[in-house]
Design a protein around this ligand. Structure first.
Ligand SMILES: [Zn+2]
Length: 46
């Protein structure tokens, strides 16, 4: 699972992603950057 790291401004591997929900049925994956430990989000679904 890759996600964009805003700290490094690069696409990084996400560690231990967990699904989170917010708003009207929107889903996202939340995890940590394998490189620097910054929290990463990736929007999933529709
Ligand atoms: Zn990072």
């Amino acid at each position: 699972m890759k996600a964009y790291c805003v700290k490094e401004r690069k696409s990084r591997e996400m560690v231990s992603p967990k699904e989170v929900k917010f708003g009207k049925g929107r889903h996202a994956l939340k995890g940590k950057c394998a490189s620097c430990g910054t929290t990463l989000f990736r929007i999933t679904g529709k």
